[in-house]
Design a protein around this ligand. Structure first.
Ligand SMILES: [Fe+2]
Length: 488
């Protein structure tokens, strides 16, 4: 059955570029996996090879389809037998709003909880003495401590670390010549928890070993249903830079794809910044196509309404959504919630959110804290992000915390429990925010950033950040294989 919406879009795209489509060319395009993408390639080729042509014939489509990977997909995957889609389970703590009173005691409790939870992870593979006990040691005696980093200072010969546990503060010297502990120590982020084996030498403590909580042993792949998750983030609907055309190619693909990959998709996860919002940064209104955030959400809901009904949508929030900015963020509330839900069912979750599907755990996290990690680490910057996203995401998982640095750009609510500690390593860590796509397997955890659907903004240009525009990740729940796909 021809899809009139797709038909119109193909004709319009051809006209926009100064061409007419013959009926045969149109039908041939419709039979391809990514019709809009294919059309754009056909026109590009035509402009080069037949600059006089103004009508796209079937043979032009044929030549491009045969030339590229975009060949007509015969229906050989008809035999895919789909298992029933399991339920989506989300912990209640990721579905509600959290509040504080603003008392100093709340900060003390929050840091104590962060410390204890991370110490517990380290405690699975070592046992600890306390700072007070270390101070009582004689020369050459050793102790292993679980410490929270207060400050780091470089001197000519060593890195001096000031850190504390529940009993007191200690200064640890990490000589530059002790290569392994030094390399680990320079990467420890402020306010994070680590283990240090120290030796008493006169009045100071020398680091012998430094360990981050990390994931010490790769987790086994225990298997899951043969169904796909589709992961995206950072569409920024409402921005002048939102690539609606690419998103429509994605909608066409997810509606029309006949290959097994598309037919296996049962879930679409969106890790925040669905809309561009308002007042997020100075001068933003000049970059907006739609200045009402409610209308931005309604436009986004119209696009989500085009996702097939058998695909469950799980929507988290980011720093551009109209909700509390401090982590953990609640799901969309009130009229904004209504705006998103007006066209179809969507599971609204907070940020971060741990989502369980078919025995797999997915930790959705927009990624605000990544800005502070970039600032804190000497060897990562925005203009090298294309190569360094993996290092950045590994830093979070190795610290077992989603936003280790406290008190810089990322506001964190000092709650009695630190929900940002990564207690159980998830199967998938799905992030966004930095707009650069990446996927890798780190000790059994799929670290994924799903890029963006917004062209480079003026801010990104000023810091040299090249976004990956039009990207989604497809993850099979059974094999945990990840495929990044870019719509052009
Ligand atoms: Fe974003």
């Amino acid at each position: 059955m021809p899809d009139p919406r797709l038909r119109r879009r193909l004709v319009e795209e051809a006209l926009r570029q100064g061409y007419n489509l013959s009926g045969e060319a149109l039908r041939r395009l419709e039979s391809l996996e990514d019709p809009l993408g294919a059309l754009r390639r056909v026109l590009e080729r035509l402009r080069e090879e037949e600059p006089e042509a103004i009508v796209v014939e079937e043979r032009h489509v044929e030549a491009t389809a045969r030339g590229g990977a975009e060949g007509h997909q015969p229906q050989r995957e008809q035999a895919v037998v789909l298992v029933e889609a399991p339920e989506v389970n989300v912990g209640e703590e990721f579905l509600r709003e959290h509040r504080i009173e603003g008392k100093a005691e709340e900060f003390r409790q929050y840091f104590m909880d962060r410390y204890r939870r991370l110490r517990m992870i380290l405690g699975e593979r070592m046992s600890f003495q306390s700072v007070v006990e270390a101070r009582r040691m004689r020369r050459e005696q050793e102790a292993t401590l679980a410490l929270m980093l207060l400050e780091k200072r470089e001197t000519e010969k060593a890195l001096i670390i000031e850190a504390e546990d529940e009993t007191g503060i200690i200064r640890v010297v990490v000589p530059r010549r002790s290569q392994k502990p030094y390399e680990e120590a320079v990467r420890i982020l402020p306010d994070s928890v680590f283990a240090a084996k120290v030796r008493r030498i006169d009045n100071s403590f020398m680091a012998q070993e430094i360990h981050l909580p990390d994931i010490p042993i790769a987790r086994e792949n225990s298997g899951g249903p043969d169904l796909n998750l589709c992961l995206i983030s950072d569409t920024h609907v409402g921005s002048k830079k939102f690539r609606r055309d690419l998103f429509e190619s994605f909608l066409d693909w997810i509606n029309r794809g006949r290959d097994g990959e598309v037919r296996r998709i049962r879930y679409l996860l969106i890790a925040g910044d669905l809309v561009d919002g308002i007042g997020v940064f100075p001068g933003q209104r000049w970059e907006l196509e739609e200045t009402s955030v409610k209308r931005q959400l309604e436009q986004a809901a119209d696009l989500l309404a085009e996702i097939p009904g058998h695909i469950k949508i799980i929507l988290s929030v980011g720093n551009h959504e109209p909700v509390e900015k401090a982590l953990p963020q609640p799901p969309l509330q009130g009229e904004y919630r209504e705006a998103v839900l007006r066209r179809r069912e969507v599971i609204l979750v907070g940020n971060p959110a741990r989502v369980e599907i078919g025995g797999r755990s997915i930790l959705m996290y927009h990624g605000q804290g990544l800005d502070d990690v970039i600032q804190a680490l000497p060897d990562i910057s925005y203009n090298t992000l294309q190569e360094d996203v993996g290092k950045l995401l590994r830093t979070l998982i190795r610290h077992r915390h989603l936003s280790p640095v406290y008190g810089e750009n990322t506001p964190i609510l000092p709650l009695p429990r630190d929900y940002l500690v990564i207690e159980e390593p998830p199967h998938i860590l799905h992030t966004g925010h930095i707009h650069v796509a990446h996927a890798e397997n780190y000790r059994g955890v799929r670290l994924i950033n799903t890029g963006a659907w917004q062209e480079q903004t003026s801010y990104q240009k000023s810091v040299g950040l090249q976004p990956t525009v039009g990207t989604m990740a497809l993850v099979n729940l059974g094999t945990l294989e990840v495929k990044l796909r870019r719509f052009t």
